[in-house]
Design a protein around this ligand. Structure first.
Ligand code: CLR
Length: 384
């Protein structure tokens, strides 16, 4: 029944929230939602989902052939989807509304070296507030694997679901055993948020995303219940040599939150991946030279709001949230008065990414050009 998962006292506010998203499309993040659906975690923490299995990330650089490398990239990519898109259901009972990051919000973290996989570092910066855009870097320097990307969302409402188009892309650099640096363009799937009517939203992935290098094109199709395998969270990845390159074709099929198999090509019938292995949350670290967290680091910035949400003290949460928002408005006014603008700390914006421009035609990805946030290579002392 409608609103089944909504606390009785919040049903009418949930209904009006749903009405307002139905009649409005654009920036969902800034809309006020009832307390039961609020998450205490900011979107700046989400890029950590890209590396919950650091050994799969580092393993990419260990592969000797083009073919094994692209398969290792696919395996790592698929292994992140469960965390990215279903983990809030597990930890909080449903998808929730994350905290909307402020401009300049930061998050630093590290996955320590273990079993020779090397240390992997994470750096996230909120590079725009209106619309919200989050830029991130994940790097394992000792292995020579580095992911730099940014993401924003365009939301609309259709048939009772929220449709989220992910804007932005990531570039993965891999130093091969022969010393060459390969580039992989990674695009992102579309999301459908269902279960809104009942007050227990969850995500299904839809349409297509790509992993493209000069050597291989990997097309990943996503389907939910009732489509090609009939099951939720289904995917089918087709790998073919890029135009002008040689190599074998492979098809991998299965469920991105559990297991998948090769379904065509030289390894047909063999297991591809089982996501149910151990995962490792990032260790949040302070980015100040003292090792402390600065005032813009997400866990410090939002600590009182997050505490309020966690403890069910929504009055304090909303008072502390207003403080942060007012402080931001004042900053913007001061900048306007002084004729200055906010300076990003770790990224510079470019209108068109040359790597995207070079690789996207190989998979006929549209649009043909996209902007990018270039990492300034200025890691704070985040190592452990
Ligand atoms: C952010 C980038 C990550 C993957 C990811 C997972 C969940 C998405 C999130 C992204 C963007 C914000 C998002 C969220 C699910 C719900 C939330 C779309 C794409 C919206 C803003 C909140 C909707 C509110 C309802 C839950 C009521 O790599």
């Amino acid at each position: 029944q409608a609103g089944d998962a909504v606390p009785a006292a919040q049903r009418s506010s949930w209904t009006s929230f749903l009405k307002s998203i139905a009649s409005f499309s654009g920036d969902l993040s800034s809309m006020t939602a009832p307390p039961f659906i609020l998450s205490p975690v900011s979107l700046t923490e989400f890029p950590a989902y890209w590396c919950e299995r650091p050994e799969l990330f580092s393993a990419i650089a260990d592969q000797k052939t083009d073919e094994d490398r692209v398969l290792a990239v696919l395996k790592w990519f698929i292994s992140t989807l469960k965390g990215q898109y279903t983990s809030r259901n597990e930890s909080m009972g449903s998808e929730k509304k994350p905290l909307n990051p402020v401009l300049g919000e930061l998050f630093y973290g590290v996955w320590p070296d273990r079993n020779g996989r090397g240390e992997t570092k994470l750096l996230v910066e909120q590079v725009s507030h209106h619309p919200p855009i989050t830029a991130y870097v994940i790097e394992n320097e000792s292995k020579g694997v580095k992911l730099v990307g940014h993401n924003a969302q365009k939301t609309s409402f259709s048939g009772g679901s929220i449709i989220v188009k992910q804007i932005g892309h990531a570039i993965l650099n891999v130093k091969t055993p022969s010393g060459v640096t390969e580039e992989y363009l990674i695009t992102l799937p579309r999301l459908r948020i269902d279960g809104l009517w009942y007050g227990s939203p969850y995500i299904e992935l839809a349409e297509t995303s790509y992993i493209v290098s000069q050597k291989y094109v990997c097309t990943i199709e996503y389907k939910g219940k009732g489509y090609f395998s009939g099951k939720s969270h289904s995917f089918k990845a087709t790998l073919t040599p890029a135009p002008g390159a040689s190599g074998k074709d492979h098809v991998v099929e299965g469920l991105w939150h559990t297991t998948s198999k090769y379904s065509s090509g030289p390894r047909s019938g063999k297991d591809f991946h089982d996501v149910n292995g151990p995962k490792e949350e990032v260790k949040a670290v302070g980015g100040e030279s003292s090792g402390e967290m600065g005032d813009f680091e997400t866990r410090k910035l939002w600590s009182l709001v997050a505490k309020g949400i966690r403890e069910g003290d929504f009055e304090t949460a909303s008072k502390e949230k207003s403080k942060i928002e007012n402080e931001q408005r004042q900053r913007r006014r001061d900048e306007a008065a002084a004729g200055t603008t906010w300076q990003l700390k770790h990224f510079t914006h470019i209108e068109s990414d040359p790597i995207y421009q070079r690789l996207s035609p190989l998979a006929k990805i549209t649009p043909p050009t996209e902007d990018y946030y270039v990492f300034q290579d200025n890691w704070p002392p985040v190592s452990q």
